[in-house]
Design a protein around this ligand. Structure first.
Ligand code: FAD
Ligand code: PYC
Length: 417
């Protein structure tokens, strides 16, 4: 990469003459990139890909402090669905789901999207009412969702225990058949490869440590662990760390960061044909193509930036899983891990401009941003390219926490947080 500073341009203009003393005018240093994305997770890489592919902004760099996909993208339980309650959310998450449906073809990379159905269990009369409200709202928005009796739920997922005398009896379930899973790290690699092919620079081991603003307050450059990089359009997609990164520009957001964890079992033959979730008991389960049961737990009760959670949270989840799936009681768990999720007061994300001209943010996906990866990248790219939101992300502003236009999706979040 060729680096231009003001002085090198002047020197070049004078043929690099010896003894020449610059004295009349300094040429403004040129930005090295037209766009920078901070954070090489699925969201950041997708944004870079769409900046290049849909907006022709190929002089783009993704700066990642570790390795691409090493954050929540490579740590989540890969559940994809769009059965959220409010119109704004249905539009947002179904936009993403539609992109998932063609993603392997678009990227020419198998992201292993598997629409095997997501079943959300109801254990109380209140759960049943909430699930049915979601089903009606989803259908009104053209999003598929249907109610299953306990027997129908068991037919869809045979190992499920529908005995009525257990601690969390299954009173029915909401099923979104178009929902499912994908291979999480393949999503990061697929977007990275496609973006790279369009000219995007992906720079790993490059932590952003400062956001530099010009005299008018607009973005001018980012300071990194590998030096200063000039760019006047910067998107932050640094899940879990957003408040730290935006704090570098003096922007405060209503975000809290929590550890969220998951675990996998030893691999077994195919036994769980779909995704099963229970928000009431903080448990969700599916089976990976390798055969491991993929099990997710709730968030820790305390804010933290550590990428691991408290053991008792897993124990609580596993005891509930054993009750719902007695056949899994003797299985061994192979490993557990955690990620940091950043959570907004209404459990909906922010994809928006910030008060700093040239600085944009995509954050607040909490426990549920994997499903949004293609959609969020697409919308962040749009917002950065045009300096205005796409109609789909227009409601997901920072200002809504001041003006009260909240989009409260706590009940759809599926993992209490
Ligand atoms: P990340 O993949 O975390 O990427 C952000 C990147 O920013 C990181 O790689 C990080 O290193 C980098 N970064 C941070 N600070 C800096 C800096 N200063 N400079 C440079 N780089 C920086 N969602 C679902 O939809 N379905 C699920 O089933 C699901 N399960 C989950 C289970 C667990 C255990 C966890 C932790 C999360 C789960 N999620 C789920 C949430 C989902 O993983 C996230 O919302 C989503 O992956 C966020 O993607 P991202 O690209 O924004 O973040
Ligand atoms: O948002 O569907 C979800 C989810 C499942 C597990 C964690 N998040």
């Amino acid at each position: 990469m060729r680096k231009f500073s003001g002085w090198t341009l002047l020197k070049e203009a004078f043929g690099g003459q010896q003894g020449w003393t610059p004295q009349w005018r300094r040429v403004a240093p040129q930005p090295e990139y037209d766009a920078i994305i901070i954070g090489g997770g699925g969201h950041g890489l997708a944004a870079a890909y769409y900046l290049a592919s849909e907006h022709g902004i190929t002089r783009t760099a993704v700066l990642e402090k570790g390795w691409i996909g090493g954050g929540n993208t490579g740590r989540n339980t890969t559940i994809i669905r769009s059965n959220y309650l409010f119109d704004e959310s249905a539009a947002l998450y179904d936009h993403a789901l539609k992109l998932w449906e063609g993603l392997s073809q678009v990227l020419n990379y198998n992201v292993m999207f598997s629409p095997r159905g997501v079943m959300m269990l109801a254990h109380t009369v209140h759960d049943v009412q909430v699930a049915k409200r979601h089903i009606h709202a989803n259908r009104g928005n053209g999003v598929d969702n249907e109610w299953l009796s306990p027997e129908e739920a068991k037919a869809y997922c045979p190992p499920l225990n529908i005995e009525r005398n257990i601690r969390y009896p299954v009173l029915g379930a909401a099923l979104q058949r178009r929902g499912g899973t994908a291979r999480h790290d393949a999503v990061a690699w697929g977007y990275a490869r496609a973006a790279d092919a369009l000219g995007v620079d992906i720079i790993e081991n490059c932590e952003v440590t400062g956001l530099v603003r010009d005299g008018s307050g607009a973005m001018e450059a980012v300071q990194t662990s590998r030096g200063l990089i000039r760019c006047r359009r910067v998107g932050v997609s640094a899940a879990g760390n957003t408040s730290v990164v935006l704090g570098l520009a003096g922007v405060r957001l209503p975000l809290e960061s929590f550890p969220l964890q998951a675990l996998v079992s030893e691999p077994v033959k195919p036994v769980v044909p779909c995704v099963v979730m229970s928000g009431s008991i903080h448990a969700y389960i599916s089976q990976s193509d390798k055969g491991e049961l993929v099990i997710g737990a709730g968030t820790d009760a305390y804010t933290s930036y550590t990428q691991r959670g408290a053991l008792h949270v897993n124990s609580h989840t596993l005891s509930a899983v054993c009750e719902l799936f007695p056949a899994f009681r003797r299985m061994r768990m192979l490993r557990n891990w955690g990620g940091i999720v950043d959570v907004t007061p209404d459990r909906s994300p922010i994809i928006a401009r910030t008060p700093v001209p040239g600085l944009y943010v995509n954050c607040g996906w909490g426990t549920g941003g994997f499903k949004a990866t293609p959609g969020s990248g697409h919308l962040l790219a749009w917002t950065m390219a045009r300096d205005e939101p796409h109609p789909i992300n227009a409601p997901f502003t920072i200002e809504r926490f001041r003006d009260g236009h909240l989009i409260d999706e706590a009940a759809a979040a599926a993992v209490a947080h």
